[in-house]
Design a protein around this ligand. Structure first.
Ligand code: FES
Length: 208
């Protein structure tokens, strides 16, 4: 096993150790760093965007090489081509650590957005915990294994540890959205029990 790498996340200042080959997302998750994901780290949702900060960091006593992360993956290249990710950013769940790193988690990649009040105090805003988004990719139906789309969606949500059922209007939208989005979608789930809506995979609504 190779030596571990030091990782510092900003602006939180959280420090962590990473084994070579671990993804930034896995290290962040284990260290309790606030970072968005609605696909569970499968490279689908593009919400876990981070930036490597190369150079000398005297404050952290750390020197960060420009190649401290693994090369761009196909899903990251596609995200750049489709303007789903800005140049210079990486997907935390695809980028693996190859050296010591300072990782910036931009505010739009954090779950808890800081809001500056008129008095100048930053407060943390909790998103509505009753409604959650889950990005899923459903398997293509096979001749000998052909669950209904609703059953396939419920099975995909079980991978996130929830047991949710689709409401009637969700059932009406399900098939066309799957057909138009390579069987990827965002499930809108209330109380981790009811699938109240389904969205196309590229809907960039970050309000929830
Ligand atoms: S967590 Fe969804 S793309 Fe990285």
């Amino acid at each position: 096993m190779g030596t571990s790498h030091k990782v510092i996340f900003t602006p939180s200042g959280i420090r962590a150790e990473a084994l070579p080959g671990q993804t930034v997302f896995d290290v962040a998750l284990a260290a309790g760093v606030d970072i968005q994901s609605i696909c569970g780290g499968k490279g689908l949702c593009k919400r876990c965007q981070i930036e490597l900060s190369p150079g000398e960091h005297a404050k952290f006593k750390l020197s960060v090489d420009a190649n401290a992360l693994s090369p761009l993956t196909d899903s990251e290249t596609k995200a750049l081509e489709k303007s789903l990710m800005r140049e210079g950013r990486r997907l935390a769940c695809r980028a693996q650590l190859c050296g010591d790193a300072v990782i910036e988690v931009p505010s739009d990649s954090r779950q808890h957005q800081s809001v500056i009040s008129k008095a100048g105090t930053a407060i943390e805003c909790e998103p509505n915990p009753a409604i959650r988004l889950y990005m899923c990719e459903l398997p293509k139906p096979e001749l000998d294994d052909n669950p209904s789309d609703a059953e396939a969606l419920m099975a995909a949500l079980r991978d996130f540890g929830i047991e949710a059922r689709p409401e009637h209007r969700t059932l009406m939208k399900l098939q066309p959205i799957l057909a138009q989005n390579d069987r990827q979608l965002i499930a809108v789930v209330r109380d981790d029990q009811w699938i109240i809506d389904v969205w196309p995979r590229d809907r960039s609504d970050r309000a929830l």
